[in-house]
Design a protein around this ligand. Structure first.
Ligand code: NAG
Ligand code: NAG
Ligand code: NAG
Length: 308
């Protein structure tokens, strides 16, 4: 009896973090019909901005992005960070580090989980009442924890390795946190309902982020997505957007990625300028922590330079 209880406790503990991974049509339909979705809002005034949005593209060298017509357009709308380094290769450790201040030993893209004692930016944001959400394009429903392919073509679409918070048990074991890991359909809805949160992380699908395509495809999508948002008053309300890439295409040498700060939190006089300060993906956390006085996790975030 005792071992039975222990066994069920073990399954209960392990269950939450992997319960939403099935891609069978029936399981997806069932979860989609019942998945909790939350659209929290808040109005915590920041020092430099009131809303932060990170948008990550994939696997592109600085020189490739800075030569692309549409990324040039982004540069003309904001401040280009000319000395911004990714953390390592391949993708997954960069995403994990950008929200938790550490790669937590990840060196590859395999399915892994980080112990529930590890905190993330979400703990700091929640403690100060700053609302947050992730928007993962083509995730089939809120809180989905696996990988998903295009149901008509079978092409890679939504991947766990590009979903920064999902590997943290402190997020995936909490249904309310899972309910804030949404798809881009929900972004469009939250935008039109004027219910966007103050902290957002947006991951385009494997086509639009350039991973399975090219910097040209990524640039076209970024301009088509961002351009209308830059003049949308539901999006622009003292908003700072960081457009960046997870890592370079080349796997050796300096991991310098093209990054631009945009949005109405950037003064018009700074548009089209550059900033050569040494930044990294940890600067994303440092900036947010500094802006709202959140404190830090004492990890990579504590020593990184903030954008402001
Ligand atoms: C996006 O997520 C919502 C909420 O779970 C779901 O209802 C919707 O079907 C999803 N959209 C797509 C295109 O999968
Ligand atoms: C990614 O999204 C675009 C629309 O923005 C769509 O045309 C494309 O088919 C999607 N990619 C996959 C693999 O489904
Ligand atoms: C903009 O933010 C302020 C608070 O910072 C809020 O009162 C106002 O409703 C917001 N406007 C829109 C259009 O969301």
């Amino acid at each position: 009896m005792r071992s039975l209880i222990l066994l069920s406790a073990f399954f209960a503990a392990g269950f939450a973090q992997t319960q939403y991974t099935s891609t069978a049509a029936a399981a997806v339909a069932k979860a989609r019909a019942t998945a909790l979705t939350e659209s929290p809002t808040s109005n915590v005034a920041g020092k430099t901005f009131d809303c932060f949005v990170a948008i990550w593209c994939e696997n592109t060298d600085y020189s490739m992005a800075s030569a692309d017509t549409n990324f040039k357009w982004a540069a003309s709308e904001g401040v280009t960070l000319t000395n911004y380094l990714a953390i390592r290769h391949p993708s997954q450790p960069n995403y994990v580090a950008a929200v938790g201040g550490s790669t937590h030993g990840f060196t590859d893209d395999t399915f892994q989980r980080i112990d529930s004692s590890a905190k993330t930016i979400v703990d700091l944001l929640e403690a100060k009442g700053v609302s947050w959400s992730e928007y993962q394009q083509d995730s089939p429903y809120s809180g989905f924890e696996g990988n998903y392919v295009n149901q008509e073509t079978g092409a890679n679409d939504f991947v766990r390795k590009h979903n920064p918070l999902i590997s943290y048990d402190s997020v995936s074991s909490d249904t309310s946190r899972l309910a804030k890991i949404k798809n881009l359909t929900m972004f469009e809805k939250d935008l039109s309902d004027n219910k966007l949160p103050q902290w957002m992380f947006i991951t385009p699908n494997m086509t639009n982020d350039g991973h399975d395509t090219s910097v040209t495809t990524a640039g076209k999508w970024i301009k088509s997505f961002l351009s209308p948002l830059l003049s949308d008053s539901n999006f622009m309300n003292n908003t700072l957007v960081l457009l960046t890439f997870d890592e370079t295409a080349v796997q050796s040498g300096v991991n310098k990625v093209f990054s631009v700060l945009l949005g109405d939190a950037i003064p018009a006089s700074s548009k089209g300028t550059t900033d050569g300060t040494a930044y990294s993906h940890y600067s994303q956390m440092a900036t947010v922590e500094n802006n709202w006085g959140l404190g830090d996790l004492g990890l990579g975030d504590a020593s990184a330079a903030a954008f402001f």
